[in-house]
Design a protein around this ligand. Sequence first.
Ligand code: UD1
Length: 433
Amino acid sequence: MKKYVIEGGNPLFGDVQISGAKNAAVAIIPAALMVDGVCRIENIPQISDVSLLLTILHDLGANIRTINRNTVEIDCSRVHNGQVPYDLARRCRASYYMIGSLLGRFGLADVALPGGCDFGGTRPIDQHLKGFRALGAQVEVQGGFINASAAEIGGRLRGASIFLDKVSVGATINIMLAATLADGYTVVENVAKEPHIVDVANFLNSMGADIKGAGTDILKIRGVERLHGGTYSIIPDQIEAGTYMAAVAACGGQIRVCNIIPKHMDCITAKLLEMGVEVEEIDDNLLVRRIGPLMKTNIKTMPYPGFPTDMQPQLAAALCLAHGTSIITESVWSSRFRYADEFKRMGAQIQVDGNLAIIEGVEQLSGAQIEACDLRAGAAMVIAALAAYGTSEITGVQYIERGYEDVIEKFRKLGGNITAVEVADAEEVLSAG
Ligand code: UD1
């Protein structure tokens, strides 16, 4: 077991290189399964969710070659259909994209129900299943597995018109995957528009798919017979970039966030400006500076181009140190404030009431022992600990490493005093004793 030990109180200075987008990578790897040839994927982040999905592909017969740290070649020409087992699927939410890709390629998918970050409530996939059914699949959920089959319509999905009842990133991508190799034309309305949805569509199109409308409310997909190989580079991670920007807001200092698409950052930049943080766009970099005091602001999470739910914990960490009272309204996930109790241990004044968090800014936070409860909450705790006076120890860091490449090295390069320490967990100590 690993924990992070952080000595807080240093402002951050220097450059940070942003990695490829996690949420794009975890969809593009399952999408590669539909490619009948070799696809080379560049700018893949080295995170545990990516390794896990590559393992699932490998187990299904994909030939995977690591070209360098952030480039892989995946050859799925001899991939076979098979069950995606519980012990792999439960460790990563994005394993649900294997349903869309297996169903698209083989007309049959048998995938254990996914795991991933638990936001304290259920994470439904009814819209994904509604889409598969509309495309002609028989879908059953049994014994913890989702079994989807196009056998009754000859083994290949059929294009359809689908209207999503809820704007969902996962359902949009999963239906897009399934429809890519379907017979005929699919129109999906009320879809999500996040940058990584556009990235997955661009990946599929570069391999021969015919997808239009990604980034708008309506996706139009003309099914193709097969996808061919090619090379694709994943977009920079909007949330990773936002996390480092939030860290400067909380700690003070000046950093250059490098290798990003500034447009994707607008929703986050707007809030930081309201908080008194200076943000300057220079080509594909953002210069982020906080010298003066932090000001309160209100945040409401919304689907893109609104403020992302995946950024509210990190901004909450900074708002704990802002002048005045800030209100965060979480409108995507009903309960995503489980970090609040950990922040309170550090001296934060934060009250949660349903989908609202009310934060009364304090002069300073103090180091404490805290536990990461999900990926973004974990990142927020790193930010709070870097800004706090004294030493913090963060456990549960496996959540953080699901989604942040080289987080220790990147913060250290900015002057953060953060170290990863291996500790024997209670069970190991007992069995050793
Ligand atoms: C993805 C991201 C996650 C991010 C979220 C929102 C991955 C692996 N995960 O999750 O990091 O927090 O987008 O940006 O990329 N919903 C339904 N029915 C469904 C699906 C979703 O009601 O079938 C609801 C959810 O309860 C939630 C909202 O829709 O309230 C958004 O969920 P969705 O966009 O699907 O999130 P994920 O794709 O699971």
